[in-house]
Design a protein around this ligand. Structure first.
Ligand SMILES: NC(=O)c1ccc[n+]([C@@H]2O[C@H](COP(=O)([O-])OP(=O)(O)OC[C@H]3O[C@@H](n4cnc5c(N)ncnc54)[C@H](O)[C@@H]3O)[C@@H](O)[C@H]2O)c1
Length: 233
């Protein structure tokens, strides 16, 4: 990654939650940050990452890119799979997996120019199965596999590709489900041996650290940040 003055980061999903905290921390560290989100909050460029033509159009306006953080994502519903509207499968896969691929693909020339880094957001939900969450689990397992595929293909271009796999993080995505009575904060906390949810600050800090030169020999790695959730009970 480029160490000279202006370092440029693109953060998808930068208007809320984990992405928004990445934007805050990067700006505080002097980065120029461009937000790609459905919402124009955080001074973002309104773009639907599941629409390749839209992504390609905004990507073309950029020159070099040092860091792409693919944090945009949607949760989908929590009802049993048999009761799900199949259209939800399409939308969750289109945003979480398709959007991550589209943004990476469209920004490849810009990332190659700066020997940049991509940080994706997978999830422990990609490895620990939760009832009613097949669409989301598949999308996040696929993001992990996409991370490893792109890392393998683009290492020779000097582009590193890594992912984090968080446990539950206190963001508006989870807050909405708690408020709707679909999830309980106490039960979620109890799923983690540390008996709490992650903060957006600790996930964003890890993502940004992993993008920096001390980690320059790490690529294709899925870094679990889950308060011990995947260790078992
Ligand atoms: N919160 C958690 O517990 C948790 C755990 C593991 C992984 N994740 C993942 O972290 C990422 C961020 O989640 P969050 O909890 O911060 O959610 P959030 O809902 O707070 O933020 C997601 C952001 O993505 C944007 N977005 C959604 N669809 C988009 C689209 N098609 N085009 C452009 N922008 C779009 C939204 O507008 C929003 O600003 C997601 O990929 C999520 O799956 C979250």
């Amino acid at each position: 990654m480029n160490n000279v003055e202006e370092r440029i980061a693109i953060v998808t999903g930068g208007a809320s939650g984990i992405g928004q905290e990445c934007v805050r921390q990067l700006r505080a560290a002097g980065w120029r940050v461009v937000v790609w989100d459905r919402s124009e909050q955080e001074g973002g460029v309104a773009v639907n990452i599941a629409d390749y033509a839209a992504v390609a159009a905004v990507a073309k306006q950029l020159d070099g890119v040092d860091l792409l953080i693919n944090a945009a994502g949607i949760a989908g519903g929590r009802e049993p799979v048999a009761e799900k509207d199949p259209a939800e499968w399409d939308s969750v896969l289109a945003v979480n997996l398709g959007g991550t691929f589209y943004c990476s693909h469209a920004l490849y020339p810009q990332l190659r120019k700066k020997r940049g880094v991509i940080v994706n957001v997978a999830s422990v939900a990609g490895t620990v199965m939760m009832k009613g969450r097949a669409h989301y689990a598949v999308s996040k397992a696929a993001v992990a596999t996409l991370t490893r595929s792109l890392a393998n293909e683009w290492a020779s271009d000097g582009i590193r590709v890594i992912a984090v796999a968080p446990g539950y993080v206190k963001t508006p995505m989870i807050q909405r489900s708690i408020e709707a009575g679909e999830l309980s904060e106490e039960k979620l906390a109890a799923m983690h041996p540390m008996n709490r949810l992650a903060s957006t600050q600790e996930i964003a800090a890890a993502m940004i650290a992993l993008a920096q030169p001390p980690f320059q020999f790490m690529t294709g790695e899925i870094v679990t940040i889950d308060g011990g959730m995947t260790l078992g009970k």
